[in-house]
Design a protein around this ligand. Structure first.
Ligand SMILES: Nc1ncnc2c1ncn2[C@@H]1O[C@H](COP(=O)(O)OP(=O)(O)OP(=O)(O)O)[C@@H](O)[C@H]1O
Ligand SMILES: [Mg+2]
Length: 312
């Protein structure tokens, strides 16, 4: 769906991209992660020609991006700018609808689409007439996400779209995004600083450093990085623990039981990380109820699961 071949980009003397090769499959979510200044935003912007590369080639829908008219390319690709970038003089509705207006959508279709997008990102419908300065940082970011999704593009470029959200809202929006992604199968390139966000959302993670991709692999495989490598430092020594957030207790194929002591407040939809947290407070197994079925969870279940995904 998107191919980058030996892409380089310099700003004056500053090398931002140094020979990037990357193949992104249709329906895949690639998360770019790495320290500030490593070239994440530059990579993203090169795909929809917000910046022009110096050498190499980028292909989108099997066609070099040079062969598209810039507006045509941008229309095919939804884009959330780092730092939101809403137009201050336009209302929430007009910000979201900006491309729909260019495409001459009918007013009632615009209204319907804007409402759909607001509910999807859990923004009150009454916000349509607010101006960006009347929104919190997190709300403005969600409007930015709505704008990127407005035309239902098959490719989405998202530059730290949830960076300004408080942790609770952030988790909600991440899970909502994951659900949307499951249904809509967009091809997504997503930039974040947050390792857990990368683990939760990525089909593959691209770890960048100084304009290069150091490692590209599934979140599970990053567990096996040599602990002395730079990448392992960046992702944190607690990477395996963080990985537990990606899975739910339903993934563990737990035993159903009839006898139990007391029940804890978990369900099959809870993350394995939450399950482990409960185990840490218990002497042996813990038990929880999901839909009138009682399940038993112990450290061993979690250990065995980790062994399994480690060898997959
Ligand atoms: N318009 C520009 N002019 C000059 N240098 C730039 C410009 N944009 C980016 N750079 C430089 O290119 C390098 C890569 O920047 P980029 O914005 O791609 O990093 P990033 O990984 O997105 O960082 P952050 O996590 O802080 O957003 C940095 O050294 C930056 O200073
Ligand atoms: Mg950036």
């Amino acid at each position: 769906m998107i191919q980058l071949r030996n892409v380089t980009k310099k700003y004056d003397k500053q090398e931002a991209l140094r020979g990037i090769d990357l193949n992104i499959n249709e329906g895949e979510c690639i998360v770019l992660i790495g320290p500030s200044g490593c070239g994440k935003s530059s990579l993203l912007k090169s795909i929809n020609r917000m910046i022009d590369i110096d050498s190499g080639e980028i292909r989108v829908f099997n066609q070099s991006i040079e062969s598209y008219r810039v507006e045509e390319l941008r229309r095919k690709i939804g884009y959330c700018i780092q730092g939101v970038g809403l137009f201050p003089h336009l209302s929430v509705k007009e910000n979201i609808a900006i491309v729909l207006r260019v495409l001459k959508w009918k007013e009632e279709d615009i209204d319907q689409r804007v409402n759909e997008l607001l509910s999807m990102t859990e923004l009150p419908l009454s916000y349509i007439n607010k101006r960006p300065h009347e929104l919190s940082g997190g709300e403005a970011q969600r409007v930015g996400v709505c704008r990127a999704l407005a035309t239902n593009p098959s490719i989405l470029l998202m530059d730290e779209p949830f960076g300004a959200l408080d942790p609770l809202t952030r988790e909600k929006v991440q899970l909502a995004f994951k659900e949307i992604q499951k249904k809509l199968h967009k091809t997504v390139v997503f930039v974040t600083h947050d390792v857990e966000e990368a683990i939760l959302l990525a089909d593959r993670i691209a770890l960048m450093q100084e304009g290069k991709i150091l490692h590209l692999d599934t979140p599970n495989k990053f567990m096996n990085l040599d602990k002395n490598e730079y990448g392992s430092d960046f992702l944190g020594k607690d990477y395996s623990l963080r990985l537990l957030k990606r899975f739910t207790l339903a993934d563990l194929n737990l035993k159903e039981v009839r006898s139990f002591n007391s029940l804890v407040n978990l369900s099959l939809g809870s993350s394995v990380k939450d399950g482990l947290s409960y185990c840490l407070n218990a002497e042996q197994s813990i038990y929880f109820n999901d839909n009138n079925h009682i399940y038993e969870l112990s450290y061993n279940d979690i250990y065995n699961f980790m062994q399994r995904i480690n060898h997959e």
